[in-house]
Design a protein around this ligand. Structure first.
Ligand SMILES: [Ca+2]
Length: 139
């Protein structure tokens, strides 16, 4: 089974097929997330993630590539139980891949994505000295 979907804009939600019921076996899904603002950083907020636990997350997993293809560098694959975790990716384009193997399914995941533009400087600084970095430094 293969799903492909593209999404662009400023945010939304992706979830495993059938969520919150168990995901199917032998599944490969891909979501391409592209920020409208190429200078923006995409954030992922894991609401719930319940994927077959495995030490190296090689059986079933959710993997985030920092670019538009599976050749792009990737964050460590995710599996097991995760709740309410926010991931700052430092990328305006993400390819999110979900894979399940033939044996043992779990509930899957629901993940929100949203952007924060480089121009969003909401931090105020006080003090006589310090270091100010441009938004998104060192990228
Ligand atoms: Ca499995």
């Amino acid at each position: 089974m293969q799903f492909d979907s593209d999404s662009s804009g400023n945010g939304g939600t992706i979830s495993s097929p059938g969520y919150p019921e168990k995901y199917p076996s032998n599944t490969d899904c891909r979501w391409l997330l592209v920020s409208e603002d190429p200078n923006a950083t995409l954030f992922l907020r894991i609401d719930t993630l319940q994927i077959e636990p495995d030490t190296n997350c090689k059986l079933d997993y959710l993997q985030v590539h920092l670019g538009s293809s599976t050749l792009a560098p990737a964050l460590d694959p995710l599996c097991g139980n995760i709740k309410d975790r926010v991931i700052k990716t430092n990328s305006s384009t993400l390819l999110v891949v979900f894979h399940s193997d033939p044996v043992y399914e779990d509930r899957g995941f629901s993940v929100d994505y949203f952007t924060q533009s480089a121009g969003d400087c909401k931090t105020s600084l006080t003090g006589s000295s310090g270091v100010i970095r441009s938004p998104g430094f060192p990228k």
